[in-house]
Write a protein that binds this ligand. Structure first.
Ligand code: PMP
Length: 285
């Protein structure tokens, strides 16, 4: 039996979860989304994800005609209908049905889609051995064109960087902004460690305000680590003792090579391992 998907304000069978070819989410990538985890039957950082969805929508002047409480109830309903305990939720708000022109103002109503499923972004061994990444030549979107802080349905900027990584035989890429500062990975935030201090680029550098990022910063500080948000350049990657990425799907994952520069001793370092352990404990407490 297929899963149940929330669409048009109700649960429908996966096979019937179809949207119009005139939906501007499809025609123009006009919409916003969230990727959310559930751990042990509880939606992780639920309020933060819902708040970010509505912030992204507001930044695009995309009206969502239900309040946050109703949205959260609908997500819960979908999670329960699919009997998801440890899983991954995709919450989407598209601009809705319009015509073939760009004009978003003629789209009558946002289309809300909720999918509750499971995800394994990287195989388990990658968490033990670490990831190898490249520096992408694809510059992260300029904040005055499409702000990287909007989690929009248009991921072409990230997809081009991902393709470049795959072409070069690597699973992930680090993206830089128009000033040459590290922005983020294609779907994750970046952290580096130098002399025991943890650094991460500020969101103004072109990073999504990652929810895993803020949980990891909080956990790290609670456990006595110093965490500094500041602009970072490629040198900081090459000179780092440790590097790791954070994201809802990836969680916390060590980076062991950047552009063929070995990071640390070539396996995820002690602080990365410690934070991964603390993160895994925290999400399941
Ligand atoms: N940056 C980008 C571009 C992302 O798409 C994501 C989410 N996959 C992240 C960072 C990490 O954000 P979060 O921890 O909220 O999932």
């Amino acid at each position: 039996m297929g899963s149940k998907v929330w669409l048009d304000n109700q649960l429908v069978d996966e096979a019937d979860a179809k949207i119009s070819v005139f939906d501007h989410g499809l025609l123009y990538g006009d919409g916003v989304f969230e990727g959310i985890r559930a751990y042990s039957g509880k939606v992780f950082e639920f309020q933060a994800h819902i708040d970010r969805l509505y912030r992204s929508a507001r930044a695009l002047r995309l009206p969502i005609d239900q309040d946050k409480e109703t949205m959260m109830a609908n997500v819960e309903t979908t999670v329960q209908a699919n009997n998801i305990k440890d899983g991954y939720i995709r919450l989407i708000a598209t601009r809705g049905v319009g015509d073939l022109g760009l004009d978003p103002t003629i789209c009558k109503k946002a289309q809300i889609i909720i999918i509750a499923a499971t995800i394994q972004l990287y195989p388990k061994e990658f968490y033990e051995k670490g990831l190898k990444v490249i520096s992408s030549s694809v510059v992260r979107n300029h904040p005055l064109s499409l702000s990287p802080q909007i989690k929009s349905l248009n991921y072409l900027n990230n997809i081009m960087a991902k393709l470049e990584a795959i072409d070069r035989g690597m699973p992930e890429a680090i993206m830089y902004n128009h000033m040459g500062y590290i922005a983020e990975a294609t779907g994750d935030n970046v952290f580096i460690i130098r002399e025991g201090v943890i650094y991460t680029p500020p969101s103004e550098a072109g990073a999504l305000e990652g929810i895993t990022r803020s949980v990891v910063i909080r956990l790290a500080r609670e456990h006595g680590y110093e965490v500094i948000e500041r602009n970072l350049v490629r040198f900081d990657l090459y000179a780092a003792e440790e590097i790791f990425l954070t994201g809802t799907a990836a969680e916390v994952i060590g980076i062991v090579e950047v552009d063929h520069h070995k990071i640390g001793c070539g396996s995820p370092g002690p602080i990365t391992r410690d934070l991964l352990k603390k993160f895994n404990e925290y999400v399941r407490q």
